[in-house]
Design a protein around this ligand. Sequence first.
Ligand code: NAD
Length: 335
Amino acid sequence: PAAADEVPAEVRERHTFLCQELDDHSYRYYMGNPVISDAEYDTLMRELVGIEERHPVLVTQDSPTQKVGAPISVDFAAVEHLERLQSLDNAFAPDELDAWVHRVESEAPVDAYLCELKIDGLAVDLVYEKGRLVRAATRGDGRVGEDITLNIRTIEAVPVHLDDSVRPAPELLEVRGEVFLPGEAFEALNARLADDGKPPFANPRNAAAGSLRQKDPRVTATRPLSMLVHGVGAHRGVEFTHQSHVYDLLRDWGLPVSDRYRVVPDIAKVREYIEYYAEHRHDPAYEIDGVVVKVDDVAVQRRLGSTSRAPRWAIAYKYPPEEVTTKLVDIRVNV
Ligand code: NAD
């Protein structure tokens, strides 16, 4: 294998620069104060990925390409997740999606993909023991998150007890999902903040994060947050065969599952789903920044496994940024 000093100095310098730059932006973003757009961040990240693909010797565990998200605030207790929470790899164009499908299907037989919306919210982890919600945490760095149990309990969509009328609750269930503030509630909250002479939130994602991560849960309770779940972590007393099976069970237990996901047989249908929601991006009450495509069969998911940062059995197809609205929001916030 090549040594790091065989990489041209200017490439090494650019690599170091990009790592620092991305770490800084990530910190600001998760502190609720981003200074560049997500698209700009993604462009820098793609440049870094390109350099590391050409020069694998530069990949370290500490590279932004290898880690998940956010610093932990001192305002909350740190909690270790039962199973790691990951991020998602991205595709920004049809050929990148095709490359992912090709890679997946060359490693394992796939007879169905599950397509769903990529909610632009805040990732959280809920732990149910014998059907009772015992803990909720932010994703944090994927291994350790912030304890937000009292705040989550103010969200109406999140059951404190699983519904066991259809089937008994499992002994243990770790559920992953996205907390968000619906568009209208976001506008109303910003109007209220403006009336009170307080600074508005830049976008619904920031508003959701800011509202959930309040030291005083009574403040969170005044914000009409909602949630949708999209995965499970550790579990005991239940087995899942397919991602769609996971959703059937979660729904039966009273957890909020989106009804916009579809199970499709092939890449052509995946593309149709992506094209449909590119045209209907504003149909949901929440913001989306793309579509997530998952291999439906859990046995195949296991066979494909994950990298340190993301599963190999899923990909986020990201839509291009919406220039007009982004700029309007930027202007309002900067004034
Ligand atoms: P990500 O936003 O690309 O996607 C991963 C996350 O998507 C998952 O952790 C999950 O919580 C969420 N998700 C939403 N819907 C889902 C669904 N249906 N199924 C599965 N997961 C779903 O990655 P990330 O690691 O959360 O954040 C990185 C992104 O954040 C960047 O690509 C960039 O857009 C943005 N960012 C921006 C800045 C900035 O300065 N503007 C800085 C850092 C990060």
